[in-house]
Design a protein around this ligand. Sequence first.
Ligand SMILES: Cc1cc2nc3c(=O)[nH]c(=O)nc-3n(C[C@H](O)[C@H](O)[C@H](O)COP(=O)(O)O)c2cc1C
Ligand code: SF4
Length: 428
Amino acid sequence: MSKLKNLISEGAGKINPVSVDEYVGIGGFTALKKAAEMTPEAVIDEVKKAKLLGRGGAAFPAGDKWAHLLRSKGTPNKYIVCNADEGEAGTFKDKLILGKLPLRLLEGITIAGFVFKAKAGYIYIRGEYRKINKQILSKAIENAKAAGFLGKNILGKGFDFDIHIVSGAGAYVCGENSALLNSTEGKVGRPRIKPPRLADVGLFLQPTLVNNVESLANIPAIVNMGGDAYLKMGHPGSGGTKLICLSGHAQNKGVYEVPLGGVTLREAIYDPELGGGIAGGKKLKFFHLGGQSGPIGGPDQLDTVYSYDDLWKARLGVGSGAIVVMDESVSILDYLKGVTEFFLHESCGKCIPCREGNKQLYKLLLKLSTPGGADADDLATLRRLVRTMTQASFCGLGQTAAAALDTAWKLFKAEFEANVKPSAARAA
Ligand SMILES: Cc1cc2nc3c(=O)[nH]c(=O)nc-3n(C[C@H](O)[C@H](O)[C@H](O)COP(=O)(O)O)c2cc1C
Ligand code: SF4
């Protein structure tokens, strides 16, 4: 039996992405019509029952976030913001929705608009998706407006709601939700201190919902089928499906939709319908889950079920859905140098543990890669730095920058120690 599902990817590559008629032909906008007849509480109840965990990486329960925003009474001007920054390396699943099914995303955002009687919606899209932004998303918005699903007096319900597109400029940190709001406001894209939560003080200091593209694209399915049925499609702790992105040395690179809890990592990587094994018939050395900020796992963990709960128990994680597969030819230290270089480049510089920590990590990795270049004290410093960065960085970027290194250390200790000479102090 096929392990693939097409709950939110249904129609991708089959319908004209900007045609409202074709989207309606596959059941599009039925959920919006249904939600428009429901109370906000009833919609949120379905999202809660669905146990939809945020698909942007942090896995925050969407129902709780929505309920918080509904309670937030500070001002009547609420905003819906879709995080389409998709900056995690190895992650290209939001691109599938943005480029092939933008109307499903617009429907999800508009349902949120209805629920919160929001003033407006924003899609913050990464600058590199320029073509999708200009040729597809903008056109989809225009067509949805012309068909009465967006804009003035939506569905004749007297509700006005528009969606604006904001283009990022290529900074990874702007995917962090508060930095994203600063950037949307035209400020420098640096994270804000939290609390206050964005559901209380968000865009233009108003209560704001920030959800990932994939999270919002799931909303129509949840409204249509009901939270209970959606939950059953996935894992008891996290309903529905997940778009996974296979890349690196996987034979079949690409985006696949699988039910949460429906496949193991082994199946995701080796099943002929999914990753298809390792290119060139080589052996797997490790896999990197959830983007650069995620954990690294080894062949011994391949039988872990791909669900949030199971991966957490194995000290792994779904994160963004990326599965970067690396074969036996790859040096773990070289790989980690690449990861650390990325964070060094992307650190916004606001706080010391991240700004300086990434520099020091990179230097230590260089030393560890040079025969006789490091001593035992360097290894101890590396371990201390990982802890400090994880615990003391201001935002998620610095807090997770060393996650790959931390998990790889446990798997490949011998490679870390291969070039280490005894320290003079200890040898004495
Ligand atoms: C450095 C950093 C980068 C992030 N990049 C993204 C991103 O590109 N897309 C995304 O949806 N979430 C990203 N996030 C997570 C967001 O801060 C936030 O949790 C998410 O947009 C919430 O949506 P969700 O609950 O639907 O997942 C990032 C977080 C950090 C710390
Ligand atoms: S951890 Fe600190 S320096 Fe790094 S991106 Fe966040 S705020 Fe900026």
